[in-house]
Design a protein around this ligand. Structure first.
Ligand code: ADP
Ligand code: MG
Length: 236
């Protein structure tokens, strides 16, 4: 294989286990996700999808095995450096997790303020990404006055504004109407085209049925398939 066609993983898992008490939330998971890949993680409720994502940004730590993210071995990252590690990730949750007492704009700007960007640049970048998300007219509204789809668009804007290398999305379209879901997928596609890696845990059959990206299928904490759509059609 030539240098050009060689794959370059950004996330590597080696025999990863995650236990909660006696329960294996994940068991013997080994996988690679390439730089700039778009990959779906699916499987029944309780299969370990959320746990898989949490381990990647060290929201949880492994019970056994090793995870490399962009060359760092996560078990060797000191606690003090976890915030730096997390800047590699933009995370999107099904329930948005926006700060309710901050406006849409402030939720997005906060990421850049924490990263120490100059106020002028914060304003420019935050407004830009909210515009891309179609939230230009509503950026001064608080989350409770926005629809679920609008809140999720703000959450996606917040996830991408800091230019993270990896987007982790946990059921990002789970409770949204199909139009909002389509806007969100378009935002993520645009962001992938700028070089990012996109990892999405989803049950959304509509989305899975239309993709030709790789799908990792989990069941009882184990990887059952890495394949294209036809390999996972037995999913529910
Ligand atoms: N913090 C936790 N404490 C105890 N058990 C947990 C915890 N998080 C997840 N689990 C268990 O691990 C398994 C996988 O959970 P999860 O990753 O949330 O699955 P999924 O996202 O696929 O629905 C489930 O059996 C769940 O009950
Ligand atoms: Mg989950």
């Amino acid at each position: 294989m030539s240098e050009l066609t060689k794959k370059h993983p950004i996330v590597r898992m080696f025999h990863v286990y995650k236990r909660y008490g006696a329960k294996n939330a994940l068991a013997d998971v080994s996988l690679d996700i390439d730089f700039n890949e778009w990959v779906f993680v699916t499987g029944p409720s309780g299969a370990g999808k959320s746990t898989l994502l949490k381990l990647m940004y060290r929201g949880e730590t492994v019970s056994e095995g090793q995870i490399l993210v962009d060359g760092s071995n996560l078990i060797r990252v000191p606690q003090g450096q976890v915030p730096m590690l997390r800047r590699k990730f933009g995370v999107i949750f099904q329930d948005f997790k926006l700060i309710q007492t901050k406006t849409a704009y402030e939720n997005v700007a906060l990421v850049l303020e924490v990263a120490g960007l100059k106020p002028q640049l914060v304003r420019k970048k935050a407004q830009n990404v909210l515009r891309q998300a179609g939230m230009e007219d509503k950026m001064n509204q608080y989350p409770p006055s926005l629809s679920g789809g609008e809140q999720q668009r703000v959450a996606v804007a917040r996830a991408i504004v800091g230019d993270p290398k990896i987007i982790l999305a946990d059921e990002p379209t789970g409770s949204l109407d199909s139009r909002s879901a389509a806007i969100i997928m378009d935002l993520l596609k645009g962001y992938q085209s700028r070089g990012a890696t996109i990892i999405i845990a989803t049950h959304d059959k509509e989305i899975l049925s239309r993709t030709n990206q790789r799908i990792i299928y989990l069941e009882n904490g184990r990887v059952m398939d890495h394949g294209m759509r036809t390999d996972v059609e037995r999913n529910e």
